[in-house]
Every structure is written in C-alpha cells, then in structure tokens.
Design a protein around this ligand. Structure first.
Ligand SMILES: [Zn+2]
Length: 251
C-alpha cells in the first residue's frame, strides 16, 4: 500500500517536471508579438512628451512612407552607421550608403507591400539621387512629403536611431503645427513618443512630416537585421507592427 502511494507520488513528480519543462519550451518559443517587438526595438524615448493624438482620420487617407536620409548621403545627415560598423568595425551593409539608410529602404518596401495587402491607401517615394544638397529641392523627401501633407495625406519618414548614448530610442515625433491624429496616437502607443519640439523642431516635422524612430541601430535589433537567418523575419515583424498601428488608428 505504502509502496503504491510512493509510486503514485513519484509519477506525479515526474509528470510535473515534464509538464514544467514543456511549458517553458513552449513559452520561450512562442513569445507573443508585442513582447518580441519590445525585446527587439529596445528602449523607447523617455523624453517628456505630453501630446495626445485624438483627431479622427479618414479610413482612406493616403499614406506616404519615406526612408530617412535617402537624399542626404553626403557629409552631413547621412544617418547612423550603426553600432556594428562604428563600434565593432564590421563592414557596412552596402558601400556608399549608411547602414541606417540600407535598413530604412528595406523596411520602407516591406511596409508598403504589407500595407497594400491590408487595404491601406499606401505608397512610397524614393528620390533615387542619394545626395541632394538643398533640402528644399523639389525632389527631396521633405519637399515631396510636405506637398503630400498639404493635400491632406499622412507622410511619415522612418529612421533607426543612433546607438548608445548618441541616440534616444524608439518613438514618434509628431508634426510641428498640425494637431496629432489617431494614427499618431496609435504609433506612439506601440513605439513611444518624442516631444513635438524635439531638437528645436526638426526639418521633417516642420514640414508636417512625421518621424518614426524604430529603435537604436545596436544590440539585438541590429544583430537580427544583419543575420541573414533572421533578417526577413525581423523586417516583417517591424513592418507588421507599423501597418497594424495604421489600421488601429483609422478604424
Ligand atoms: Zn535617421
């Protein structure tokens, strides 16, 4: 009788250990999306920002995705080379352009592709010319984005922030003089928010173009982008979160 009881207890213990092990394995391999995103994009901006986007948005609003620094690969404003290149001396992803632009372009393409699939009125612009000295040249990101916003569209320029102490983290910089809307709010809830007057009001927000900092180009985020095994999955994860934020903002 006692032996049977002992055997039963032993069976229970073995079962519990097995259950615990499997549940741990299951849990770690099935992180939900939100946890994955925060894990990967790292810290969000903790700068004081108290704006709230409450203006309604038409569900067919035209959306324009711009890749940060696509027209400024000269000496000033080329974007961050990233931690891998700048700190650890790895080769840039593509000769002649900053790693930030390389990833901005990849993500831009992925957002538009996925956004169209989900029914968004979304497009992109690439100036093609990688260095335009005059920011007000009609072919720059900022000029095209400014015209787009003036016509009632939602123009947003995507960026990766500088690594370490040079960057702030992820977050949305809202437009300078336009009231933030529900898409802005939705994106800020996913990525964090910067103050409207960040660095005195940058060139893009002054032209009513939103700026989205995805995260610092360092650590896990950069490793996952650089690793060919995780690259597509990482870009897709980021694009999915951004498209979902658009969808949540217009519904
Ligand atoms: Zn940038």
């Amino acid at each position: 009788m006692l032996r049977n009881k002992l055997l039963d207890s032993l069976k229970l213990i073995v079962f519990l250990i097995a259950f615990y092990t499997f549940s741990q394995l299951y849990y770690t391999s099935n992180f939900n999306f939100k946890e994955d995103l925060e894990l990967i994009t790292g810290e969000a901006s903790n700068l004081p920002a108290n704006w709230v986007g409450s203006k309604d948005v038409d569900k067919n609003i035209p959306i324009l995705i711009l890749a940060g620094h696509a027209d400024s690969q000269g000496l000033a404003g080329a974007g961050t080379p990233g931690e891998a290149v700048d700190k650890f001396g790895l080769n840039p992803m593509h000769p002649g352009i900053s790693d930030e632009l390389f990833w901005n372009l990849k993500l831009q393409e992925s957002i538009v592709k996925l956004g169209r699939k989900k029914g968004l009125n979304i497009s992109s612009y690439d100036p093609g010319i990688r260095n335009i000295d005059d920011a007000n040249d009609p072919r720059t990101n900022w000029s095209v984005g400014k015209r787009f916003s003036k016509l009632g569209g939602y123009a947003i320029e995507i960026h990766f922030d500088a690594y370490g102490k040079y960057g702030v983290g992820s977050g949305l910089i809202p437009p300078f003089s336009e009231q933030p809307n529900k898409i802005d709010e939705s994106i800020a809830r996913t990525f964090g928010r910067f103050p409207v007057l960040f660095r005195g009001g940058l060139g893009a927000p002054r032209r009513q173009i939103r700026v989205l900092e995805i995260g610092k180009l360092e650590g896990l985020l950069e490793k996952n982008l650089r690793n060919v095994k995780t690259r597509n999955k990482t870009i897709k994860l980021l694009a999915t979160e951004i498209v979902q934020a658009f969808l949540n903002g217009i519904i």
